[in-house]
Design a protein around this ligand. Structure first.
Ligand code: FES
Length: 146
């Protein structure tokens, strides 16, 4: 995903994140989860696009050849590489099923490793994506304890 020129933020030592397999970080006020899975790092907004579920607590599964996080709340499937929402469609004629895309629903971010440290660069925020709502001030206000 392209960056809008945001600077990279060092979020931790590579070895530490590999050992923990996932961490959450706050970057410029944004809650981000970084996963390490089978040799790759992935970063995305921590709250699920559907209803704000905690993606950092989800399981990772391979679905139709794509590495996905499964939201623990309602089991939505989201690809780690692009934030694409996947669903399983059923053909009513023969009840066969196939995986389909809803398009990009979850905001992902760039991750890179340099000198043993992991860096995240927030993606270009100029085009809205469904998950953005759960990073907004409006949402944060709505969950504030009075
Ligand atoms: Fe993630 Fe509903 S909040 S599937």
């Amino acid at each position: 995903m392209a960056s809008d020129g945001n600077t990279s933020v060092m979020i931790g030592a590579m070895d530490d994140i590999i050992q923990r397999t996932r961490i959450t970080v706050l970057i410029q006020g944004r809650e981000v989860v970084v996963f390490y899975h089978k040799g790759e790092f992935y970063a995305m907004d921590m709250r699920c696009y559907h209803a704000g579920g905690p993606l950092h607590l989800g399981d990772i599964e391979d679905i139709d050849g794509k590495v996905c996080i499964i939201c623990p709340w309602h089991k939505y499937k989201i690809t780690l590489t692009d934030g694409e929402g996947l669903y399983e469609a059923c053909n009513p004629r023969d009840f066969s099923t196939k995986w389909c895309s809803k398009g990009v629903k979850q905001r992902t971010h760039l991750v890179h490793v340099e000198n043993g440290n992991v860096y995240v660069t927030l993606s270009d925020l100029s085009s809205p994506i469904d998950s953005d709502y759960y990073q907004s001030e409006k949402f944060k206000e709505s969950i504030k304890v009075p």
